[in-house]
Write a protein that binds this ligand. Structure first.
Ligand code: SF4
Ligand code: SF4
Ligand code: SF4
Length: 387
């Protein structure tokens, strides 16, 4: 079997969105979509990069604004890559959507093309109303009930993406369990790293994580196949350590983000409308390519040792190797996010305490999940069978 060489491109095909989330990192919602000539230039650029790097796997991730506001462009881009790269390169399509425009027939079209859908969903209808208002005040919970049913019909492993803000931290347990109870058992949870978090917020959050650790244990005892990134990622940094910067994050090497106007950025959180863009982190343009000196500077900034982390025993496990996290709270890729720092120092001990208990009890699901490299296949078979 030949070695997998992966190249990832995040396509931001529009800055527009039908929601107005309080924490949105994507900047102002302007009616600026990718023009046909920028689409063609972007495809030419990416095909060139795939060939130059001899990649045999291309991940095309469609990200916000809301990509389904430009679904024809989305399908055109995906289909053109298929035609241009043929069978030599495995194409993996990914769509991150708020789900408001996701109909059953659209799900069918996406599935036929093998485009995996992830739903952004912060929890209960009350939480969603507070931090994710829709344009035109659509009845969000009604739409979501229909949408969740539809996505799960096509893929029982659909990922849910949930953002925790200081305001919603006190409802974290309710929000996660609500998402889970809808049938979405693969939950990626992240903080709004750009928000003003206080020590009191973290105390509240710690109480919620304690409740979730009991909930996680119960799921393991009931042999339920699930994923909760807040816990599972931190268990993995223990079982598969060390996590060196650059091991997990491939920005600057095999990953780029393309803005609707064709500007190239290192990753998704750097992409903003032209009037808000930070040109210092722009790597180039699809018509002209990446500026080598900018790329070299970025790469050296990313791998730099962080003096603020010197001597920290959590260094190998901390999430501040993610440039997007650091940039969203410090506007620098090389400076550790203080929010992430407090969060890791609070959460890792809670996760470790729970893991030690499950390990001591020889919990079979926990051991399979975190020590059997074939676990995901086993889980898939079990879930499909049960489903
Ligand atoms: S749905 Fe996504 S792009 Fe739209 S406002 Fe919310 S976070 Fe921003
Ligand atoms: S926990 Fe804080 S000090 Fe430790 S590695 Fe992470 S960011 Fe650095
Ligand atoms: S910067 Fe963060 S989000 Fe972007 S590829 Fe790296 S780890 Fe992933």
């Amino acid at each position: 079997m030949s070695k997998v060489i992966k190249y990832t491109v995040n396509f931001h095909i529009t800055h527009d969105c039908n929601m107005r989330c309080s924490y949105c990192y994507a900047g102002d919602k302007v009616k600026a979509s990718m023009s046909q000539s920028t689409i063609e230039a972007s495809i030419d650029f990416v095909v060139g990069e795939v060939q130059r790097k001899k990649a045999n796997k291309l991940v095309i991730a469609f990200l916000g604004g809301e990509p389904l506001m430009e679904k024809q462009q989305l399908f055109y881009i995906h289909d053109t890559f298929k035609k241009r790269l043929g069978d030599e390169v495995k194409i993996v399509g990914q769509l991150s959507t708020n789900g408001l425009l996701l109909t059953d027939s659209l799900m069918k079209e996406l599935t036929e093309r093998n485009i995996m859908v992830s739903l952004s969903l912060d929890g209960t209808p009350e939480t969603m109303q507070k931090q994710r208002p829709t344009i035109g005040n659509s009845d969000y919970s009604k739409i979501m009930q229909r949408t969740i049913k539809s996505v799960l019909k096509y893929n029982p492993f659909t990922n849910a993406f949930c953002v925790v803000t200081p305001e919603s931290s006190k409802e974290l347990y309710d929000n996660i369990t609500w998402i889970y109870d809808q049938g979405l058992h693969f939950i990626n949870c992240t903080l709004d790293y750009s928000a003003q978090w206080t020590y009191q917020d973290f105390e509240v959050l710690a109480t919620e994580y304690e409740k979730l650790s009991k909930w996680y244990e119960e799921r393991c005892n009931n042999v339920e196949h699930f994923y909760l990134s807040s816990f599972d990622e931190r268990i993995q940094t223990h079982t598969k350590k060390p996590v060196a910067c650059g091991n997990k994050c491939s920005i600057g090497n095999n990953q780029i983000s393309i803005a609707p106007n064709g500007d190239i950025y290192p990753c998704m959180q750097f992409v903003k409308p032209a009037h808000q863009a930070d040109k210092s982190v722009q790597l180039g343009k699809v018509k002209g390519g990446v500026v080598a000196s900018k790329l070299l500077q970025l790469q050296s900034d990313i791998i730099k040792d962080k003096p603020e982390c010197s001597g920290c025993k959590l260094k190998d496990r901390c999430s501040t190797w993610c440039s997007c996290i650091n940039y969203s709270s410090t506007k620098s890729v090389s400076k550790a996010s203080p929010v992430a720092c407090h969060h890791e120092k609070m959460l890792i001990p809670i996760v470790d305490k729970m893991s030690a208990k499950l390990w001591k009890e020889k919990n079979q699901l926990f051991i399979q999940k975190h020590y059997n490299p074939l676990y995901s296949f086993v889980a898939q078979a079990m879930t499909t069978y049960k489903g």
